[in-house]
Design a protein around this ligand. Sequence first.
Ligand SMILES: Nc1nc2c(c(=O)[nH]1)N[C@H]1C(S)=C(S)[C@@H](COP(=O)(O)O)O[C@H]1N2
Ligand SMILES: [Mo]
Length: 207
Amino acid sequence: MNLFGKKSSEKKSSEEVDKRPDGLDRLPAGQYLTKKWPVLSYERTPTGMPSDWKFKVTGQVEHPFELNWEEFLALPRTTMTSDFHCVTSWSRYDNTWEGVHIREILQRARPLPTAQFVLARSWTGYTTNLPLQKLDDDDVMIVLKHDGQPLEPDHGGPVRLLVPKLYAYKSAKWLDGLEFLEKDHPGFWEQRGYHNRGNPWQEERYW
Ligand SMILES: Nc1nc2c(c(=O)[nH]1)N[C@H]1C(S)=C(S)[C@@H](COP(=O)(O)O)O[C@H]1N2
Ligand SMILES: [Mo]
């Protein structure tokens, strides 16, 4: 027992974990923790997906493809827990996400060597860009559920991107496509002052 009545061997609760496996601080500099999940959208929450919604994989890939909603829902699912960091300074720990792992998409698409960047698109017109190398990561997925519930419309439901290691503006809500590009193409917020890379552990917030 230590002074706080805890055995030093006692397992820390998840919130007490303050380092990531790679040694970086779990809470990036300048962030504060919230238990609530704020909504941050430029556009008004759409009333539903377009009836002709398709998930479109285009650009520098060997195998461009489109999936309708039924086909998208038939893709293999995965569940992962990760933290979410907004550039406006709030972070929310331990979100459990269910959806389609990005590698399910990448395996089907087979990006060409010329594919260096990706532009994620929302059916609302929102876009966000990132290097393919940042998209092709173990914790990146296309999300359908959050903490066991279907993703709420305000949070991008029924389908959004999730890139936990970058500020959340890279996690496009109301997703309808990924375009693989040779050259970088700044997305919606990246053209309007948000940092092009958006790494929270480098505090790449604004330009
Ligand atoms: N389509 C769309 N996606 C978006 C945004 C947006 O305005 N439109 N905002 C981004 C920003 S800045 C953040 S912090 C997160 C917020 O996700 P949340 O509203 O589910 O918390 O969504 C990102 N994805
Ligand atoms: Mo954000």
